[in-house]
Design a binder for this molecule. Structure first.
Ligand code: ADP
Ligand code: MG
Length: 282
């Protein structure tokens, strides 16, 4: 397939994609800081995400990616602008949106099973139903036999599988992944990306994947939105018109390398600016 058929740069004034499930309009987040000027983390960020789409958000470290995801999760509120998911304005967390955190965020004193059960606290399921579903989700992510293990007895990759099982157990419409493989070694990460690719296909969840890893974004996403240095705004969007799941051989094709390079060419200037921002601010 020729490159120009697989990747298209979207003009930012393109009409909204068909039937958006997530509608983010003019989002802004300003953090008040003690004895310092307020910090603007996100500015004028507008984005529509199609049902079932896997959308990658990529940008320099500290640009505001987690802040955007937390607002979609309802864990933080916007300073201005709005987020609508499935026709309803987001005003707090809800079971239709599940988040997977970079640092796993597991309860250390609870077993893998209880961590997944805990994630279903806001659902109306009985204890028996939650346990049964937690077992099934752990099995699906390859953790049968590890139900009773505490997080400290699990590897990083296993902990993140528990995090993913916990998110999937609520049957979310929207899956929010915040650098889910960021804390893992390169080999574990590659394996988990393959699993994730299959899982996203099976589930059909609309997914926002925050990452700083360009290869990960090209491998997993239908569309990649490159963010500027802080405050995060959209710099450019790339559509990757290759059917998912793409299979591990895709990683070694010239097409893949070229796509990663195109994203990097867009991102590079923002990373450089972001680094000088960090130096100036000390
Ligand atoms: N609760 C907070 N209070 C003050 N500043 C914050 C808070 N959360 C994040 N920030 C700041 O907002 C900016 C964006 O943070 P974040 O969204 O975590 O970046 P990213 O996920 O892109 O690395 C950073 O400068 C960070 O220090
Ligand atoms: Mg982050």
């Amino acid at each position: 397939m020729a490159l120009n058929q697989t990747l298209s740069v979207q003009r930012l004034d393109d009409p909204a994609p068909d039937s958006p499930i997530i509608e983010i309009s003019h989002l802004q987040k300003v953090f008040a800081q003690r004895k310092k000027a307020p910090l603007e983390a996100v500015t004028d960020f507008s984005l529509d995400v199609r049902r079932g789409e896997v959308l990658g958000l990529i940008g320099p470290s500290g640009c505001g990616k987690t802040t955007i995801l937390r607002m979609v999760a309802g864990l933080d509120s916007p300073s201005s602008g709005s987020i609508v998911v499935d026709g309803k304005e987001v005003t707090g967390p809800g079971p239709e949106r599940a988040m997977v955190f970079q640092d796993f965020a597991l309860l250390p004193w609870q077993s893998a099973l209880e961590n997944v059960v805990f994630g279903m606290a806001a659902t109306k399921l009985s204890r028996e139903e939650r346990v049964a579903r937690a077992r099934a989700e752990l099995a699906r992510v390859g953790l049968s036999g590890f139900e009773d293990h505490l997080p400290k007895a699990l590897s990083g990759g296993m902990k993140q599988r528990v995090g993913l099982a916990r998110a999937l157990a609520v049957n979310p419409t929207v899956l929010l992944l915040d650098e889910p493989f960021g804390a893992l070694d390169a080999q574990t990460k590659t394996l988990l990306q393959d699993d994730m690719s299959a899982t996203l296909q099976e589930e059909g969840c609309t997914t926002l994947l925050v990452t700083h890893d360009m290869s990960e974004a090209v491998y997993l996403c239908d569309r990649i939105v490159v963010l500027t240095n802080r405050p995060a705004r959209i710099s450019q969007a790339f559509s990757i018109d290759i059917p998912r799941p793409r299979g591990e051989r895709f990683r070694s094709t010239p097409e893949f390398t070229e796509l990663v390079d195109q994203v990097w060419q867009e991102l590079k200037a923002h990373v450089t600016l972001s680094n000088s921002q960090a130096v100036v601010e000390g």
